[in-house]
Design a binder for this molecule. Structure first.
Ligand code: IPE
Ligand code: IPE
Ligand code: MG
Length: 250
């Protein structure tokens, strides 16, 4: 029998979508929605800590989001910097290890410095692995892994026939974490939008119409309850999976 703890996802990955529509519904500028979204991040982190989720990966800004109107991008960068200034100490106190995945070279030096400082400060924490995907794209992630492998082959440290799935897994983002067990997208869209393409291969997907700023513990509880009822087969038959759970053979 599976213990209740085994039914809690170890790693949750979330596309936090719907901030703009949340603001539009209130006839406010989009940036107000992003601000409200930042508040929802805090309650989501608290939920994970309270429920024994070990890793949380949040899609905050995609590679493609750089192409939004410059005032929105500028507003988001300000918000990002403000959150780094205000929230990191508290996250450290709570035992979260903070990391950033994505193309960091595109950020302004002051943001970059804050990101690095947050990572060093929290490097020894183990209660929650909190990864923020910022300027992140799944295709870009796979491309940089391919480039790294090509460089190793060119340098003679690796043979082409040694490139297998585990070699790629080791070079994409979040390589040291178990892949996400549960993917959540808020805001009603049914797509992955270039999030963790490699890492989501066998992740359970859960979608809700709730806009990200409205997400609370009750929303996340529904996602976890739904996840707890899923049977993850990884290509096996249901009977095989049941056999594994009881320690029997099939
Ligand atoms: C998600 O909310 C946050 C970012 C992409 C930065 P959106 O800004 O995409 O909100 P909608 O989808 O327009 O409502
Ligand atoms: C995905 O949301 C990126 C983030 C939530 C950071 P988007 O709003 O950018 O995705 P699309 O454009 O609806 O696919
Ligand atoms: Mg959106």
């Amino acid at each position: 029998m599976t213990s209740p703890a085994a039914r809690v996802p170890r790693h949750i990955a979330i596309i936090m979508d719907g901030n703009g529509r949340w603001a539009q519904q209130r006839h406010r500028p989009r940036i107000i929605g992003h601000r409200a979204g930042a508040r929802a991040v805090k309650s989501c982190v608290e939920f994970c800590l309270d429920n024994g989720v070990q890793a949380l990966t949040l899609f905050a800004f995609s590679s493609e989001n750089w192409n939004r109107p410059s005032d929105e991008v500028g507003g988001l960068m300000k918000l990002f910097l403000g959150a780094l200034e205000r929230e990191v100490d508290e996250l450290h106190r709570l035992g979260a290890r903070l990391r950033f995945i994505g193309e960091r070279a595109r950020f302004a030096p002051e943001i970059l410095a804050r990101m690095q400082a947050a990572e060093s400060l929290t490097a020894g924490n183990a209660r929650l692995q909190l990864s923020i995907a910022a300027s992140y794209g799944g295709r870009q992630d796979i491309a940089q892994a391919a480039r790294a492998l090509a460089e190793e082959v060119a340098a003679g440290r690796l043979r082409a026939d040694q490139i297998d799935e585990s070699a790629i897994s080791a070079r994409v983002a979040l390589a040291d974490l178990p892949p996400p067990d549960l993917f959540i997208r808020t805001g009603g869209e049914l797509r992955i939008s270039n999030f963790l393409l490699w890492q989501l291969a066998y992740t359970e997907l859960w979608f809700t119409d709730t806009l990200w700023p409205d997400v609370d513990a009750a929303t996340l509880r529904r996602a976890l309850d739904d996840y707890a009822g899923r049977e993850r087969r990884f290509g096996l038959t249901s009977a095989q999976v049941a056999g594994h759970a009881t320690g029997g053979t099939t």
